[in-house]
Write a protein that binds this ligand. Sequence first.
Ligand code: SF4
Length: 407
Amino acid sequence: METFIPIQQVKKEHVLSNNTSANTIDSSSHLSTLERTFIWWAIKLRIFYFTCITLKHPKKIWSTYKVMLNLRSNVWGGNLKKIYKISGRYYFNQYTPGWPSNAYDTLIKSELRRHASPMTVAEKLSFVFLAITRKCPMRCEHCFEWNNLNQKEAFTKEDLLKVIDLYQKEGVLQFHFSGGEPMVRIKDLLQLIQFASKKSECWVLTSGFNVNDSTAAQLKEAGCKGMVVSIDHYIPELHNLFRGHPDSFEQATTAVKAARKAGLVVSISVCATKQFLDGNHLLPYMNFAKALGVQFVQVLEPRDIGHYEGREVLLEKRHIEKLEGVFTLVNHTPAFKDHPTLLYHGYHQRKVGCFSGSRSVYVDSAGDVHACPFCHTKSYNIISFLKAGTRQLPKKENYCPRFGKIA
Ligand code: SF4
């Protein structure tokens, strides 16, 4: 049964008091129109420069450059202009390393080679979701790790360091540390970030548990660049009910404020259920996100795995149309220029395919490797490779079973 609380029963003052405190946060990561225009041209010129030096042949240069621009337009539903400056780097997507950086340049060159010779070039992973713990204080309605939760840890810290090393040898540019709740294992997490951030950009995906000014500053100091905080409703009671924890909303909003104060890029992630969309909650949620001062909002579609297994949670046509409408409205309409960028993977997945599997994999808290957290397509168990002393990972075979892959 889906969680349901009639909105009228929710105490209004609770919502208002939350918005009042959130409104006190400024939006210093926003750029002036002039700087934004300049940066976009600088990035486009850099991509064109890499196209020239990587591909060399004029015909291939122009056709591949156009393919890259078209792909971007398909992913964002148009020419996305939103961009943010945090700690000296520019970000337009939480899954693209900040610019300028070696990681950003490497990603562009890798994409260029892939699109110039889609049939022959060796595929390279760009980022990995790594579930570092099975422990979690939440009991979320949609949890994709449900069957692994709160059992004995499968990974030692040494295992995790080896996993990072193996994937970095494959060229991975971004690690997104998740769980369970990764902040349960803060001491190990800090060491993993210290190690991984020498070569890759590091993000933490959290419910907000154990994130405060002190721990957020420690993450930043260790080399962490961004944080994704799960907030599944702007109404505290509904979020807490979804997360199965009475303090979850308070913890999540505290985490957002602490992460911003520490100078991290901040995204909030929402599971858009049928009920959430039928209640027209996405636009108010975007206003809430703007007031919180985050740079990104990530909308996830519910999938019938983990805690949702056997439930009729998949969105219907009307929900998808609604999501796509808000996605283009928020990202491309002048009235929403100061709202966070809205990431909705379903938009490009249905139009051009999915990046998961070919660009990224999900290592779950038992060590099983899947295309993504929501498509359980186990192709190998990384812990058994570690035990066997393997120094090279097997070739990937983990494509998205729902939407197919992008070249
Ligand atoms: S979804 Fe994340 S926060 Fe929620 S119970 Fe599962 S692991 Fe914990």
